[in-house]
Design a protein around this ligand. Structure first.
Ligand SMILES: Nc1nc2c(ncn2[C@@H]2O[C@H](COP(=O)(O)OP(=O)(O)OP(=O)(O)O)[C@@H](O)[C@H]2O)c(=O)[nH]1
Ligand SMILES: [Mg+2]
Length: 182
């Protein structure tokens, strides 16, 4: 835990970069933001507008309310240009809806990346709720989102559970690494 806090501090104190988290509803975006900003998942309700959190000791802001629906995607195209990181969350539980969820997310993700101003923005794709079984596996998510076809942006995948916080270290490591290169 101490190590993680140290990394977070390093990231935050060395960077003023902003990140944007997008995804369909009820995926755990706010939960993850709570983990990153407060170190705990906290109780959440559906986000009505925009959640902007400042991570401790740095003035780094992160927001999580750009749902990828039709309206959201249109809004995103304007707003995203200000952000350096795009974190896409995918529902990994509930096999019966995963196809629909992946299909919508794939379409919106590739539509977004058609926008040249978003090229070169590091993309972290998060598969959340893997504590719920059955859940989606990383390989299936990469295929389902056609990630291998993305050449305009560097991308990485993290699978985990925002409520248990078990992949927060991975996310923080990724943010630090990409911050150094920008
Ligand atoms: N089992 C499980 N539940 C989770 C996890 N992450 C979040 N949840 C739960 O999923 C529900 C939705 O989480 P939120 O963080 O509010 O989701 P969101 O993506 O911000 O949703 P919107 O604001 O509606 O777009 C809450 O009941 C969370 O407690 C997880 O990793 N595992
Ligand atoms: Mg939310």
């Amino acid at each position: 835990m101490g190590n993680l806090l140290e990394k977070l501090y390093l990231f935050i104190s060395n960077s003023k970069l902003e990140k944007c988290m997008v995804g369909l509803e009820n995926l755990g975006k706010t939960t993850m933001l709570n983990q990153l900003s407060m170190g705990e998942p906290s109780f959440t309700v559906p986000t009505v507008r925009l959640n902007v959190r400042t991570l401790k000791k740095g003035g780094v802001t992160m927001n999580d309310k750009f749902n990828i629906d039709q309206r959201g995607a249109i809004m995103l195209k304007g707003v995203m240009q200000q952000y350096f990181f795009l974190i896409l969350q995918i529902q990994t539980q509930q096999l019966e809806i995963k196809q629909a969820s992946l299909g919508t997310s794939k379409k919106e993700l590739h539509n977004l990346l058609d926008n040249k101003s978003l090229h070169n923005i590091p993309l972290l794709v998060i598969g959340n709720k893997i504590d719920v079984n059955p859940h989606l596996y990383e390989k299936y998510m990469i295929e389902g989102l056609n990630l291998d076809y993305i050449t305009s942006n560097v991308w990485a995948v993290a699978m985990g559970s925002a409520s248990s916080g078990n992949y927060i270290t991975q996310v923080v490591d990724w943010l630090i690494e990409k911050s150094k290169k920008l």
